[in-house]
Design a protein around this ligand. Structure first.
Ligand code: G3H
Length: 230
């Protein structure tokens, strides 16, 4: 089931072993599934006959060495994980850390889901975050306003549309040499009730789903609805 609406599920910090077996029931759904580090190898093995891409939710700003408890891009690379999310609001990276992580991930040839977001409606925050990209990354951008994350209420459709349009404009101006435009997704309290409205009214290329991706039945509905829209 290939949808024009790209779906990314972020399972955040939850114990998800039984849930991963449910995702295994989706052999032909193309989407990204971002799992906590300890599940990466298990999830890759479990989902190897599906079209689901297993990715990491973060990576260290350091290349290697004495950084207990951290996971570097090189480690992800070593275990065959090619996709990594960078810049999620819950990670609270500074602009410098964003830049460093993007460079490291890009150098390793990783595919990056890059989160940008605002605390309010300040477009300058988005610009600064977008400007951390070098243009050589393989990247999908996810716009996530802080107030919408985990709140149960997604951002106003018009606001999403405006911000996403501004992000596209900035990306196009900065990286005009790209053969294909960078995909821009929305994240923040996406659910089965609002997913279609968001894609219809806000002109996004995809959705980054957090809490709802932990409920397989609801996520299945999001997947079906997005497929119908394509
Ligand atoms: O990574 C996912 C986003 O932070 C959205 O999370 P949420 O759907 O629980 O609001």
């Amino acid at each position: 089931m290939t949808s024009n609406v790209h779906l990314v599920a972020n399972l955040k910090m939850n114990a998800v072993k039984p849930l991963l077996s449910q995702y295994q029931e989706l052999p032909d759904v193309s989407m990204d599934l971002l799992v906590p580090y300890p599940y990466l190898i298990y999830a890759q093995e479990l989902l190897r006959d599906t079209s689901i891409i297993v990715g990491a939710q973060n990576m260290s700003v350091h290349e290697q060495g004495a950084y207990t408890g951290q996971v570097s891009g090189a480690i992800l690379n070593d275990i065959g994980v090619r996709t990594v999310m960078i810049g999620h609001q819950e990670v609270s990276d500074s602009l410098e850390e964003r830049r460093e992580k993007l460079v490291l991930a890009s150098r390793l040839g990783m595919r990056i889901i890059y989160c940008v977001g605002t605390q309010g409606d300040q477009l300058s925050e988005l610009d600064e975050q977008i400007d951390c990209l070098t243009g050589s990354e393989e990247v999908l951008v996810a716009y996530e306003p802080a107030s919408a994350i985990g709140s149960g209420v997604c951002a106003d459709y018009e606001l999403i549309k405006t911000q996403v349009a501004a992000i596209r404009k900035r990306l196009a101006a900065s990286f005009s040499g790209k053969s294909e435009p960078i995909k821009v997704m929305y994240g923040g309290s996406v659910n089965n009730k609002n997913c279609l409205e968001i894609v219809k009214k806000s002109n996004v290329d995809g959705l980054l789903v957090g809490g709802v991706s932990l409920n397989f039945e609801l996520m299945l509905e999001v997947i079906r609805l997005c497929k119908q829209y394509s």
